[in-house]
Design a protein around this ligand. Structure first.
Ligand SMILES: Cc1cc2nc3c(=O)[nH]c(=O)nc-3n(C[C@H](O)[C@H](O)[C@H](O)COP(=O)(O)OP(=O)(O)OC[C@H]3O[C@@H](n4cnc5c(N)ncnc54)[C@H](O)[C@@H]3O)c2cc1C
Length: 471
């Protein structure tokens, strides 16, 4: 019998457990699994609060539809009828510039426009930035020749193509919300790989995107679930044997010897328990995984050191949409260097982004703080966070009525930053982890931060466990 430890019960850890349960359902005695979860619930930062007809996400609110792995899992769990898509016909994203919201032109893929004509009516960009976009197509050969052979920062990449204004107004806010990062340090190869490939092939990103969009059928940009992403967690967990899960049990130490892995864990009462396993699937946030691995392989732990940003979410459900006037669209972003005109990093107009998030006639806003503002707000009480968020939102959107529902969540160090050289560091890390043997690193610090990436990797790691036992 192969003994397997899964450390951390976020989406990565529970998906690995689910896959092990699925693969061994006819042969449960071939493996013994312990899933250690420090808190009293599973799902990690994925959590849905349902109150008064509002469906409020405390962490992620959906996934990028282009990546199939989360959808495949939901379908497998019998949730096909619950998949819903973003309201793309009303898709617009705004950027806060000089205190007011300016719409990004239609048809943008991150900071690249597929439709140059849509730039004409944009109030967001100056004439110089619009010209830089047009010139980029003409500079295709020059850009192709200049494509570096080494990794570089997102800032260098975006500036080479479109200049400073595009970087500051949309490049920085788009990326800092997802990767918690500073564009001057984020690795373009790790976080914008498709665009790097486009540069290599076409030189011009605008020309590459135009060629791609004309040959592709349009899929909805985001997918989520009717009852929120928490229902995905509930269904995954329902398929995991209850006896596998140790709630409220924090892993404190890992050791490796000829007999396998030794995992020490504490439930806060009684002495620490130390157990032997044949394999470990380490699915805690990366900074905790690095602490656990440091005594075993200091270099591996060093490769896992990365800056991470915290996030604070404040969501407000209002009874009457009419009393909270919004422009059409999914929400707005605040450029990180906008001279602190707002502490917010972004706000999502949830009831306009997805169907079914509010009771009839309701409105749901979700404010997001990241970076330094989040670090400060982590220390504030819920009332204080909500008060700051409402004040900031009112400043931008106009006076807000009293919300019916308020949800505040703090997600410490939840957005790891993939710095320049990330892929090379991960290749070295993979080699070290491979040499240690019977260890898999799962979660958002390595090969992608989105839920589909995590689900893909967790299932693949679980499949490798059963390859040992089921012939
Ligand atoms: C604000 C925000 C919005 C996001 N939005 C989206 C989105 O819309 N779409 C998308 O695809 N992705 C989104 N992401 C990314 C995605 O949500 C995360 O990458 C993902 O949920 C992380 O899952 P995880 O299992 O790796 O880690 P976590 O959810 O952090 O889970 C780790 C678990 O390990 C446990 N743990 C920690 N230490 C120990 C220990 N020593 N012993 C035992 N257990 C331990 C923790 O209690 C926790 O349950 C977002 C992220 C953030 C922060």
């Amino acid at each position: 019998m192969r003994r397997i430890a899964i450390i951390g019960g976020g989406v990565a850890g529970i998906t690995a457990a689910y896959e092990l349960a699925r693969l061994t359902q006819n042969d449960r005695n071939s493996i013994a699994v312990t899933l250690y979860e420090a808190s009293s619930r599973l799902g990690g930062i994925v959590e849905t609060v349902r109150e008064g007809g509002f469906v409020i996400e405390g962490g992620p609110d959906g996934w990028v539809s282009e990546k199939p792995w989360a959808r495949e899992l939901a379908v497998e769990l019998g949730m096909a009828g619950e998949l819903i898509h973003s309201n793309d016909e009303g898709r617009k994203t705004y950027v806060l510039v000089d205190g007011s919201l300016k719409a990004m032109p239609d048809g943008m893929r991150m900071m690249v426009p597929a439709d140059l004509a849509a730039l004409d009516s944009s109030e967001l960009f100056s004439a110089e930035a619009k010209q830089a976009y047009r010139d980029e197509v003409a500079r295709a050969e020059e850009l192709k020749a200049a494509a570096p052979t080494r990794d570089e920062s997102v800032a260098e990449f975006v500036k080479r193509h479109f200049g400073d204004e595009v970087l500051t107004k949309i490049g920085a806010p788009l990326l800092s919300g997802v990767f918690g990062g500073d564009v001057n340090r984020l690795s373009v190869r790790a976080v914008m790989a498709p665009f790097v490939a486009m540069e290599r092939e076409h030189g011009s990103l605008v020309a590459a995107l135009q060629a791609k969009e004309s040959s592709q059928k349009r899929t909805p940009i985001f997918t989520t679930l009717h009852n929120g992403l928490g229902s995905l967690v509930d269904n995954i967990v329902a398929a995991v044997p209850r006896a596998w899960v140790q709630f409220g049990t924090r892993v404190t130490r890992m050791e490796r010897d000829r007999d396998g892995w030794w995992v020490s864990a504490s439930s806060g009462h009684g002495p620490e328990e130390r157990e032997r396993f044949d394999a470990v699937l380490l699915a805690t946030p990366v900074h905790i995984a690095a602490q656990l691995l440091a005594p075993v392989d200091a270099r591996a732990a060093e490769l896992m050191q990365m800056e991470a940003s915290s996030a604070v979410i404040a969501a407000f459900g209002f009874d009457h949409a009419a009393h909270v006037a919004l422009p059409p669209g999914f929400g707005f972003l605040v450029p990180p260097d906008s001279n602190a005109s707002s502490l917010l990093m972004a706000c999502t107009f949830m009831d306009q982004k997805f169907p079914g998030r509010v009771p009839a006639g309701g409105r749901l806003l979700r404010a997001f703080f990241g970076g330094r503002a989040a670090e400060r707000m982590m220390r504030c009480g819920n009332d204080e966070v909500a008060a700051v968020a409402r004040m900031e939102l009112a400043h931008i959107l106009g006076p807000l009525p009293e919300p019916r529902v308020t949800v505040v969540r703090r997600l410490p160090l939840s957005l790891p930053q993939y710095g320049v050289g990330h892929l090379e560091r991960m290749a070295e890390l993979d080699a070290r982890v491979g040499a240690l043997g019977d260890l898999w690193l799962l979660g958002n610090g390595y090969r992608g931060v989105g839920l589909p990436d995590l689900i893909r990797d967790a299932r693949a790691a679980a499949q490798q466990q059963t390859a040992h036992t089921i012939q």
